[in-house]
Write a protein that binds this ligand. Structure first.
Ligand SMILES: [Zn+2]
Length: 365
């Protein structure tokens, strides 16, 4: 990685090839009445300010599917903007420069990552894929508002984790804004079940996540992790977990024009029961940590931080997006509030740290 400064903008360049990705987008439905009422009731002493970046910052890296170099710049944004992507490689007639809101209801494909689409006439062309890892970094760093320019149909995959995006945000710095942070508080459980998988959102005073996976490959096996989100828990224990894929799937994906940027530089590759990467794993349970990272990014597409508990068993981008859509379709299941959860009102020392993580790993180190 190299870092230099051009004008007001830091440039951070990662020299990478690329691999897998997945994304989910959520929608934020804003019930104006509920929002206003709750905001009035909330004590300002219990709220937290919205946050954005202090300055613009850029990175470049390979796109997972195109295999070509992608430039991405994150900009500060005004309060209540949310997270917005823009395509800078398209001309205006194709949706170039149009807002592509990071919102669950704008999610198109979820097969190999989350793809979001512009609204209206540009929906077909103005799309951005593989947004989940940068969305997880924004959630983990408590960035409420940002505009992200990308000169390709996908976000650079970098090293296959959220860590490069966390470093990018830390290089730019975080600025508090003059508006209270808005949360979506889960009021009653919402659940989506598949044949052998499920995902649940339920009430909880904080943002907790629990994830279980079970793969037939002995390289992964059964893994389980539970965290209470907070700084530095996400940055220290989750952000660096890389995406993973199976060697047996590569030929099929490439025949479909996908995963052209995938490599051992950005993916943990598994061949049968063996991890192929020479340098092994970053965590003995890196796989389930990455699935939890994906869920953090997928859930942030709801458009606001969640006050609640997520539980996922063999879940993925598609199921996570269905879960968020189910929540947004049930106005009695949530409320919008500016009252922060108690976990965010504690100090970072009290709320974060390795003690917040519990994991069970069946995989070899
Ligand atoms: Zn992922």
């Amino acid at each position: 990685m190299s870092v230099h400064i051009e004008g007001d903008c830091f440039i951070v360049t990662f020299h990478n090839n690329v691999t897998h990705n997945s994304v989910t987008v959520t929608d934020v439905k804003t019930s104006a009445a509920a929002q206003d009422t709750k905001a009035q009731r909330a004590s300002m002493a219990k709220s937290k300010p919205q946050q954005t970046l202090k300055t613009s910052i850029s990175c470049a890296g390979v796109g997972l599917h195109t295999g070509t170099m992608v430039n991405m710049t994150m900009h500060p944004a005004a309060p209540n903007t949310g997270i917005i992507f823009r395509r800078t490689d398209l001309d205006v007639s194709q949706g170039g420069g149009a807002d592509i809101k990071a919102y669950a209801l704008g999610v198109g494909d979820t097969q190999l990552g989350t793809t979001i689409c512009a609204e209206g006439e540009h929906a077909a062309k103005a799309t951005i894929s593989t947004i989940e890892h940068v969305m997880a970094a924004l959630a983990g760093c408590s960035i409420d508002n940002a505009i992200i320019d990308v000169d390709a149909p996908e976000v650079p995959v970098m090293d296959g984790s959220s860590a490069p995006f966390v470093r990018l945000i830390e290089c730019a710095g975080v600025e508090q804004q003059g508006a209270p942070r808005r949360y979506i508080r889960i009021l009653r459980p919402v659940e989506i079940r598949g044949e052998d998988k499920h995902a649940v959102l339920e009430p909880h005073d904080g943002f907790a996540l629990h994830f279980e996976i079970d793969f037939p490959s002995a390289a992964i096996g059964r893994q389980e992790i539970a965290i209470e989100m907070g700084d530095p828990c996400f940055k220290d224990d989750i952000a660096a977990a890389r995406t993973f894929g199976f060697v047996k799937d590569v030929e099929m994906l490439r025949s479909m024009g996908l995963a052209r940027g995938a490599s051992l530089e950005n993916t943990v590759a598994i061949d049968g029961d063996t991890v192929v990467n020479d340098d092994g794993l970053r965590f003995k349970d890196e796989f389930v940590r990455h699935k939890l990272l994906d869920a953090v990014g997928d859930l942030y597409l709801i458009g606001a931080p969640i006050i609640g508990r997520y539980r996922g068993v063999r879940s993925g981008h598609a199921l996570n997006n269905q879960l968020v859509r189910a929540l947004l379709a049930d106005p009695d299941a949530y409320e919008i509030t500016t009252e922060a959860p108690s976990t965010e009102l504690r100090t970072a020392h009290q709320a974060g740290g390795a003690a917040a993580v519990a994991s069970v790993a069946a995989a070899p180190a």
